[in-house]
Ligand binder design. Structure first.
Ligand SMILES: C[S@@+](CC[C@H](N)C(=O)[O-])C[C@H]1O[C@@H](n2cnc3c(N)ncnc32)[C@H](O)[C@@H]1O
Length: 216
């Protein structure tokens, strides 16, 4: 049976600002719990305010590994002022730009998970360039342009250990509106075509792949 989060973790997830619906969250948690058994860190690209991080962090805590989460905290294109996914509360009034780091820290504090997460603040390709170790799970939920999604895949997928999981969010085989884009779908196809990854499950727009071969 798949692992499921305890009620207090689920409550923290549902109370957190963010974009992940419950069904996908449960699938993310189950995958994270399975991957954490490899004894390697779990990594997310796209922290935002920490909604999905809660689930990775709790799964990591149960297995005694760390959850890592990467974000520059300035928001993706579609989250900027004037765009559909903008939340004015995320703007730092002093700097005049989005800053989701303070909300993320409050989210983790409220969930009691601060000690189980390493926040990596920076641009995903720059952080990936200095990361050297294997990972049990990589969850790609960062920028949705082809440039960003491809860089996330090329930067992080090589680190998924044999038997580890690669998760891709917002995979839409059919374009549904002008905001969502299909870059995550293109990355998902590339991962399958590489022969290095095999699909394990699909829940709404979340795809779970396992590393079953080498390369990317
Ligand atoms: C869709 S949100 C993540 C949602 C989050 N996982 C949740 O559950 O609510 C995407 C995040 O990716 C970040 N992001 C976009 N491009 C990035 C890049 N190149 N490097 C680091 N972070 C990036 C944005 O700042 C934004 O917070």
């Amino acid at each position: 049976m798949s692992a499921a989060p305890k009620p207090e973790i689920l409550a923290a997830f549902e109370a957190a600002k963010g974009f992940m619906p419950l069904g996908e969250g449960l699938a993310l948690y189950a995958a994270a719990a399975e991957a954490a058994a490899l004894g390697l860190p779990l990594l997310e690209v796209g922290t935002y305010c920490g909604r999905s991080t809660i689930l990775l962090a709790d799964a990591a805590r149960q297995a005694g590994v760390s959850a890592l989460t990467v974000d520059h905290h300035r928001g993706s294109e579609e989250q900027q002022p004037g765009w559909d996914y903008h939340d004015p509360e995320t703007v730092d009034p002093v700097v005049g730009r989005m800053d989701t780091l303070p909300t993320f820290r409050r989210t983790l504090h409220a969930a009691g998970l601060e000690d189980h997460v390493v926040a990596l603040v920076g641009r995903s390709p720059q952080v990936a360039a200095v990361w050297g170790g294997p990972l049990g799970l990589v969850f790609i939920d960062g920028g949705h342009t082809d440039e960003h999604a491809t860089a996330d895949y090329e930067g992080w997928a090589p680190h998924v250990a044999e038997g580890g999981l690669l998760l891709i969010h917002d995979v839409f085989p059919v374009k549904i509106d002008e905001w969502t884009g299909q870059a995550p779908y293109h990355v998902y196809l590339r991962a399958l075509e590489s022969g290095a990854f095999t699909e394990v499950s699909a829940t709404e727009s979340l795809r779970v792949l396992r590393r079953t071969g080498t390369g990317i």
